[in-house]
Design a protein around this ligand. Structure first.
Ligand SMILES: [Zn+2]
Length: 399
């Protein structure tokens, strides 16, 4: 086949597939504050989701351009915020997502089931879904978990980079030896609610504890492969195999420090670089999280341009996908970009670039069927299975 034929076939395939991204941090941008023309950040400006933005990676026009059919918008607050303030801020962020959907009814539809995602797609709308990034937002109360599910949350990442009160994170010194007894109750309740259990960010021990007790398959909403880039946030081959053996899906993360060993090594070798980036970001943003996430990416890019950090190409996303597929098959791999919350590789600056992934996989010889699975069908299958388990648990007689 001529190269041009592959390009045409890729476009056709991509734009006729239901493409799902299970992790974008764009929600932070809905909460007030935006950049002025000169790049300065002002808390009284409002981010316009419907306008094409030169900053960040996700807005409605660029999702359309990239053929994205569904996006999980992350509800995130730092791990250090706990208790009632964490619950309050989670609710505010969910309300902000719902308000955006309300403001753009021709482009967006809130979805809470796989069927609703397909219905939105059929109507030519982008399905907006809600994921809670960090179990600290339930304040150790199952009632709060149930309320978040009722408000539309369809997965919960058990921890962020700090430990939750009931589960250890990959980003902190373990204090619970994985999942606590209350953590097991959380998993059971999530299974019952038909909410996906997200093990991205969790410690390895937490992952294996959850895998052993969950009655539904698990999702890793935004994690890559440790065999290629040895970061604690990524999954080892053994973990990916164990996840897949129970029907789970790993959604590959595009963050450069999770994609590239060379990038990670450079960061580890010279921690001053990250400190310098952080202080520049703070100078510009104060402690506004929306600003921090967008500026972190932009300033990191400047360091790359100056040769202080290695340049990572978008094609490493394909390496991670291919590694996971070789390990466990195309049924257990998907996309979890981390757009607007991480540092994107060259050529994947924003969501408009994702059709390249489809083309690259076709060029590697992937079947159209396998590409569709990776683009979104695996996530929808997982979601539907988690819903089915939830329904069965809810209708089973109480023991
Ligand atoms: Zn994350």
């Amino acid at each position: 086949m001529r190269p041009d034929d592959i390009s045409d076939r890729a476009r056709q395939l991509h734009f006729s597939s239901l493409v799902v991204d299970t992790h974008a941090d764009t929600t932070q941008r809905f909460l007030g504050g935006d950049f002025a023309e000169d790049g300065s950040f002002h808390s009284d400006l409002k981010f316009d989701f419907a306008a094409r933005d030169a900053r960040g990676s996700v807005d409605i026009p660029r999702m359309r351009q990239g053929g994205l059919g569904a996006v999980f918008l992350s509800i995130w607050i730092p791990s250090k915020v706990k208790g009632p303030p964490a619950v309050k801020r989670a609710r505010e962020q969910i309300a902000a997502v719902r308000a955006q959907v309300g403001r753009h009814p021709d482009d967006l539809a809130l979805a809470t089931t796989a069927a609703e995602v397909r219905a939105a797609h059929q109507q030519g709308k982008i399905a907006a879904l809600i994921g809670i990034e960090g179990g600290h937002m339930i304040n150790s109360e199952l009632a709060v978990l149930r309320q978040l599910a009722e408000q539309g949350a369809r997965y919960m990442t058990l921890t962020h980079s700090g430990n939750a009160e009931w589960a250890d994170s990959s980003g902190a010194t373990p204090i619970h030896n994985g999942l606590t007894p209350f953590g097991r109750e959380v998993i059971h309740e999530m299974n019952r609610l038909g909410m996906m259990v997200d093990i991205s960010h969790a410690s390895d021990k937490t992952f294996y504890d959850v895998l052993a007790i969950s009655q539904a398959p698990l999702i890793a909403s935004h994690s890559s492969c440790r065999a290629i880039c040895d970061a604690p946030r990524n999954m080892s081959d053994a973990m990916i195999k164990a996840l897949a053996a129970k029907g789970g899906v790993v959604q590959i993360n595009y963050h450069v420090a999770f994609l590239s060993q060379e990038f990670r090594d450079a960061e580890m070798r010279d921690p001053h670089i990250n400190q310098a980036i952080e202080s520049q970001v703070r100078q510009h943003c104060g402690d506004n999280e929306a600003c921090e996430l967008i500026e972190g990416d932009r300033i990191t890019r400047q360091y790359v341009a100056q040769g202080k950090l290695p340049r990572v190409d978008w094609s490493s996303i394909i390496e991670h996908i291919d590694h996971a597929v070789k390990l466990v098959g195309a049924e257990h791999v998907g996309l979890g970009s981390d757009f607007d919350g991480a540092n994107m590789p060259y050529g994947m600056e924003d969501v408009s670039h994702i059709p390249k992934i489809t083309e690259a996989l076709l060029r590697k010889g992937y079947s159209e069927d396998d590409v569709r699975k990776i683009l979104g069908e695996n996530t929808l299958r997982l979601m539907a299975e988690v819903e089915r388990v939830g329904q069965a648990l809810r209708s089973a007689p109480q023991k």
